[in-house]
Design a protein around this ligand. Structure first.
Ligand SMILES: N=c1c2ncn([C@@H]3O[C@H](COP(=O)(O)OP(=O)(O)OP(=O)(O)O)[C@@H](O)[C@H]3O)c2ncn1[C@@H]1O[C@H](COP(=O)(O)O)[C@@H](O)[C@H]1O
Length: 106
């Protein structure tokens, strides 16, 4: 079982220690434009899958997009923890916004 943190660590490892035959290494070698092209393609595939009935296809495409976004983050030097922190900060902000909305609704 590979969770997102483990996959991100493996991607970072591929960046630091290029491995022959590794798809991740292939993406880093090709560079930012190639990674962005893949993120764009995979995003479109998620949208198409979301319009279809198959949950398996949808899950497959979201997993593909997740992997490519993690490669994009690693290429930029942004960690999963930085994204988690941003989401955690939003949690506080969002509940304050909700409190304000609730007060306005009174
Ligand atoms: N999670 C993934 C993962 N998801 C998708 N992909 C690759 O993303 C590609 C998407 O398919 P496409 O048909 O769109 O692309 P393609 O025709 O193969 O390649 P392009 O020429 O379009 O770049 C496939 O080659 C998949 O193998 C992944 N490649 C690797 N991982 C994980 O990354 C880790 C390291 O893998 P390696 O770098 O290959 O050792 C391992 O744990 C893997 O499971």
């Amino acid at each position: 079982m590979q969770d997102i943190d483990e996959l991100y660590q493996l991607i970072l490892n591929r960046k630091a220690n290029p491995k022959e035959g590794s798809y991740t290494d292939y993406l880093f070698t090709k560079g930012l434009d190639k990674i962005l092209k893949k993120v764009g393609e995979e995003s479109t595939e998620v949208i198409v899958a979301a319009k279809n009935d198959s949950d398996d296809e949808f899950i497959y495409e979201v997993a593909d997009l997740t992997y490519h976004v993690l490669v994009l983050m690693a290429n930029r030097g942004i960690s999963v923890d930085q994204i988690k922190r941003e989401l955690a900060e939003r949690e506080g902000l969002m509940s304050k916004t909700k409190e304000r909305r609730d007060i306005q609704d009174l």
